[in-house]
Design a protein around this ligand. Structure first.
Ligand code: PLP
Ligand code: COI
Length: 355
């Protein structure tokens, strides 16, 4: 598997900003390869920068595109961990097939990440809670306005250093439950990581933000009653020692953090199960105090305690808008494994030697 590597000279490399937000800063290099004539060509890592596409390019019109999100974490010994990257590779394949796109060879998906990290390892931050966010993407590049699967694709990979996804860091967020709009329906593309799912959420996200909430919780599209997921994370409800999370229905993104929390929580002695969850039960159980905590989980969001839900004009405070002990413990265990502070007893990490 050959990736041509064209490194920048030391003088061409950029300074690394001190202040880290989320998703606005990118490292020196990027990976690209092109699918044409039925095969992948020109796998290259070179300077990060714009590429040109024709105005008739298919992705610009019919949104035939997918992406992934994973992180590289600086270990105490200076080396770098990837977290379950092979699961991102598998999801990238599943998303590609659902969107009628040419899938990327999973070994190449993984190799492109390893090589980019090796070349740009100085961009992987060492500050607590910071990491290097990796964004593999696949776009349809045929120049044609007919509605059909493209015969050309561009697979590219960019990344950069990030701090917390939410401005408040590891602190409770407010989540707005939309009783009007839906994200995805069974049989649709909700379980594929494709940009249209996110574009469709922006309008409601804006409404939530205007009301003072940072994310939207989506209900199922058929009955408008069962909890699905939150804008950029899956969701878990804590009843003392018991944790429940919506089972996968085909319209929920199967989060890699979600799978990890399910395994980790069971290992830590929690009684965790996947089930159908009625929003009316959730709201009643918050009011009665039966629900002791709620938290979201995702690559960008990590573990995000939910301090309040809003629905209509009603507000539902959870654990007095404080981070609870279960979210705290799962956060510490998960990030401990990701950053290599505690032993990876699950075989989730791959270490890239750079020091
Ligand atoms: N659900 C949605 C809609 C997401 O965008 C994400 C983030 O990727 C998740 C769930 C969590 O998935 P993962 O844990 O694989 O990052
Ligand atoms: C992620 O957690 O990696 C995501 O993709 C969420 C969001 C930034 C879209």
């Amino acid at each position: 598997m050959a990736i041509t590597i064209r490194p920048l000279s030391d003088e061409q490399r950029k300074p690394i900003p001190q202040e880290l937000g989320f998703g606005g800063v990118f490292s020196d290099h990027m990976f690209t390869q092109e699918y044409r004539d039925g095969a992948w060509h020109d796998a290259t890592i070179g300077a990060y920068g714009p590429f040109t596409i024709d105005p008739s390019c298919a992705v610009l019109h019919y949104a035939q595109e997918i992406f992934e999100g994973l992180k590289a974490y600086r270990r105490p010994d200076g080396n770098i961990n990837l977290f379950r990257p092979w699961d991102n590779a598998k999801r990238f394949t599943r998303s590609a097939l659902r969107m009628a796109m040419a899938p990327v060879d999973e070994d190449m998906f993984l190799e492109s990440i390893r090589e980019l990290i090796k070349l740009d390892h100085r961009w992987v931050p060492s500050e607590a809670g910071a990491s290097y966010y990796i964004r593999p993407s696949l776009i349809a590049t045929q120049n044609a306005l007919g509605v059909m699967p493209s015969n050309r694709y561009l697979h590219f990979l960019i990344g950069g250093p990030v701090g917390p996804y939410f401005k408040g860091g590891f602190n409770p967020v407010g989540v707005y439950i939309s009783d009007t709009y839906r994200r995805a329906v069974k049989g649709g593309v909700g379980d594929a990581k494709t940009g249209g799912n996110y574009a469709a959420s922006l309008f409601v996200g804006q409404e939530a933000s205007d009301k003072g909430y940072s994310q939207v919780l989506w209900l199922d599209a058929i009955e408008g009653r069962y909890v699905e997921e939150v804008g950029a994370m899956n969701i878990m409800f804590v009843y003392g020692n018991k944790i429940i999370t919506p089972k996968l229905t085909g319209s929920i993104l199967p989060g890699i953090t979600r799978y990890s929390v399910i395994e980790l929580a069971a290992d830590l002695g929690y009684d965790i199960s996947e089930q159908q969850i009625d929003v009316n039960d959730v709201l009643a159980d918050i009011q009665s105090g039966a629900i002791t905590e709620v938290f979201g989980c995702g690559t960008a969001a990590v573990i995000a305690p939910v301090g309040k839900f809003g629905m209509g004009d009603q507000e539902y405070l959870i654990n007095n808008n404080q981070t609870g002990p279960v979210a705290e413990r799962i956060y510490k265990e998960l990030t401990g494994i990701q950053y290599g502070h505690i032993e990876d007893r699950f075989g989730w990490t791959e270490t890239i030697e750079v020091s």
